[in-house]
Design a protein around this ligand. Structure first.
Ligand SMILES: NC(=O)C1=CN([C@@H]2O[C@H](COP(=O)(O)OP(=O)(O)OC[C@H]3O[C@@H](n4cnc5c(N)ncnc54)[C@H](O)[C@@H]3O)[C@@H](O)[C@H]2O)C=CC1
Ligand SMILES: O=C([O-])CC(=O)C(=O)O
Length: 336
């Protein structure tokens, strides 16, 4: 798993690798690049020495963001594309990251975003299926529990679906669980690992503190508080931003870490991450668990290991909601 130390490493390497030769050509697109997540994410990707071409797409304002970021003295060549240039933006991409869509306001659930974001993700996935079949998709747009099945079903309809390549980004849940656990137990956050499985909404987010490392003892109250804080991490930010959107900076950080792992895998160094993918680990057809990322995307999906009674109960409780969200996404594409 890539951690913050490697993030700093690639930032440090970025300007040095400016003159390096012989590295693989890797084109990455961000769809929704002018948004709250899109802008800082694009900046972090510009610092990633694995990326040679960075393609920024949004409905408007993208050339400005691209011009700004392009002045950083790192290797990636940056190009901005507005509305009618989607095909050009994604053509030849190895990785397409989608943070396009509306964010929550206080009082909303992620599922409340379905009405608008379902259609956005479907049309962007179709464009990738048409102009960049074979690219890996990293889907950030909410509700992730439904938008990933939407993208998968849209690509399946086109005959280009590859389950190894459609990945829901749940890295922020892992980032939060690590932060909150380390803070609570006085641990070095850079040495902490916490698996987070399930989905990406409320009770479907399940941190597995029984498998955290290093193991610190947690009282029943501490375990419950840490689990709930991880599940409500998004809402904590939505409330604090008071109508001005949801997590953007921590999300950009998490998505940049995840993209780095995907690219390392593509470039021949296997990496391990938690991500929401087509899965047979539970009865839900899509589920977030640990995967091995390699040259074709997800090479292996791991099972959940030994769960505590608390985690077994939480897994059972989340299932109806998760199944319903998956079904809602699949039906949306089938009926459109
Ligand atoms: N997976 C996760 O852990 C997280 C997911 N999110 C989700 O990410 C999404 C984006 O959040 P923000 O960046 O804060 O929103 P934002 O509103 O600041 O930015 C979204 C951008 O998407 C663009 N957009 C809308 N329709 C588009 C289309 N058809 N093609 C290309 N671009 C399009 C908008 O013009 C805007 O620039 C939301 O759905 C939010 O809920 C947010 C945080 C964490
Ligand atoms: O809470 C939201 O709406 C955004 C999100 O997914 C997160 O921050 O985890």
């Amino acid at each position: 798993m890539v951690n913050s130390a490697s993030l700093l490493q690639w930032a440090a390497q970025a300007s040095r690798s400016f003159s390096s030769t012989g590295t693989q050509q890797r084109k990455v697109a961000v769809l929704g690049a002018a948004g709250g997540i899109g802008q800082p994410l694009s900046l972090l990707l510009k610092l990633n020495a694995q990326i040679t071409h960075l393609s920024l797409y949004d409905m408007a304002g993208t050339p400005g963001v691209a011009a700004d970021i392009s002045h950083c003295n790192t290797k990636a060549q940056v190009k901005g594309y507005d509305q009618d240039k989607l095909a050009e933006a994604v053509r030849g991409c190895d990785l397409v990251i989608i943070p396009a869509g509306v964010p929550r306001k206080p009082g909303m659930t992620r599922d409340d975003l379905f009405k608008i974001n379902a259609g956005i993700v479907k049309s962007l996935a179709e464009a990738v299926g048409k102009h960049a079949p074979g690219a890996i998709l990293n889907i950030i747009s909410n509700p992730v529990n439904s938008t990933v099945p939407i993208a998968a079903e849209a690509l399946r309809k086109m005959g280009v679906y590859d389950k190894r390549k459609v990945l829901g980004v749940t890295t922020l849940d892992v980032v939060r669980a690590k932060t909150f656990y380390a803070e609570k137990k006085g641990l070095d956050v850079s040495a902490v690992d916490v698996p987070v499985v399930g989905g990406h909404a409320g009770i479907t987010i399940l941190p597995l503190f029984s498998q955290a490392s290093p193991q610190a003892s947690l009282t029943a109250e501490e375990l419950d508080a840490l689990t709930k804080r991880t599940q409500d991490g998004g809402t904590e930010v939505v409330t604090a931003k008071a109508g001005k959107g949801s997590a953007t900076l921590s999300m950009a950080y998490a998505a940049a870490l995840f993209a780095d792992s995907v690219l390392r895998g593509l470039n021949g160094t296997p990496t391990y991450e938690y991500t929401y993918v087509e899965s047979s680990v539970t009865e839900s057809p899509f589920f977030a668990s640990k995967v091995k990322l390699s040259t074709e995307g997800v090479e292996k999906v791991y099972d959940l290991g030994t769960l505590s009674d608390y985690e077994k109960a939480a897994l059972k409780t989340m299932m109806p909601e998760l199944l319903q969200s998956v079904e809602k996404g699949v039906e949306f594409v089938k009926n459109s």
